[in-house]
Design a protein around this ligand. Structure first.
Ligand code: ADP
Length: 282
């Protein structure tokens, strides 16, 4: 039996002359936290929008939980939760009313709906705020509400598009904790991010996307191993990086060069630099 939850084959999406996706192939297995990492404009949101049935591909196929997202959008959507990049909870309704509305839209039986609302308010730490108007919540609390709402109807797959963008470091860690705990509860997770630390800290596998193409796909550890564990980086303007598989080799190179350099451990940004010559976050 296939354990694939998300299958993407030859996915292409054009907006006029812009080719946002250029023949993407990807499989996400049940139980993974999969991260889609790439710079702004790489095609991450477009992929999410196709998978969550918000836009149709120009060419190629995609399925979620075995349902084709173009031909069976209702079935595909019923098993997924979506946390969009932009805040899309209703500010004029209370926290509780936002959740209740979502449950009604998903035709949840009322007893199950109320039970899940209680559980999820507790899960995201909003029980005490359930009567508050959402417009009075901070950005971090709104994001927590969006996660609660996305999980309410017990989806098998959770899509999170840049879940921590614009949030402070402490709130970001709290969201990471919620993502980990959702995964422990059995939800497969696909998230997009341009934060290197987010991909390294959360994801079992990472796909690196650039210009609508997947340019690397592996575990964070294997991606780092293929790049070299240590980097000698010029810090006097050029930012040029050289990669080595040990600190000793990096130190020997640093001793030979006349440039001002630092030696540091490699991260996923270095994988991107090595593959493209550019940075994820310019
Ligand atoms: P990312 O999420 O990685 O930042 P996107 O998927 O948003 O990237 O965008 C990929 C490319 O598609 C970019 O060049 C972007 O400008 C373009 N694009 C995305 N959405 C639209 C749209 N609705 N109309 C025209 N171009 C778009």
């Amino acid at each position: 039996m296939s354990t694939a939850v998300i299958e993407i084959r030859g996915l292409t999406k054009s907006y006029g002359k812009t080719r946002a996706l250029q023949g993407l192939d990807l499989t996400v297995e049940r139980g993974e936290i999969f991260g889609f990492l790439g710079p702004n404009g790489a095609g991450k949101t477009t992929t999410c929008r196709v998978l969550t049935t918000l836009t149709k591909p120009t060419l190629g196929k995609a399925s979620v939980s075995g349902f084709d997202v173009v031909r069976q959008p209702v079935q595909a959507k019923s098993g997924m939760g979506v946390v969009a990049q932009h805040t899309n909870v209703d500010g004029e309704l209370s926290v509780y009313a936002n959740l209740r509305l979502h449950g009604l839209l998903h035709h949840m039986p009322s007893a199950l709906r109320e039970k899940r609302i209680d559980e999820l308010l507790e899960f995201v730490g909003l029980t005490d705020r359930q009567g508050d108007l959402v417009r009075r919540l901070s950005g971090g609390l709104k994001r927590r509400l969006m996660i609660a709402r996305a999980l309410l109807h017990e989806p098998k797959v959770l899509f999170l598009d840049e879940p921590t963008v614009g949030l402070d470091a402490q709130t970001r860690r709290r969201i990471w904790d919620l993502i980990r705990r959702s995964h422990q509860a059995g939800v497969t997770i696909m998230l997009t991010t341009h934060y290197i630390e987010e991909a390294e800290s959360l994801c079992h596998r990472v796909g690196i996307i650039d210009n609508g193409k997947l340019i690397a796909l592996d575990t964070p550890a294997s991606l780092l191993a293929s790049t070299g564990s240590h980097v000698v980086e010029e810090v006097d303007g050029s930012g040029r990086c050289c990669f080595f598989d040990s600190r000793e080799k990096a130190s020997a190179h640093a001793a030979r060069t006349s440039a001002t350099v630092i030696i540091r451990r490699a991260n996923l940004e270095d994988v991107f630099i090595r593959l493209t010559g550019r940075r994820v976050r310019p």
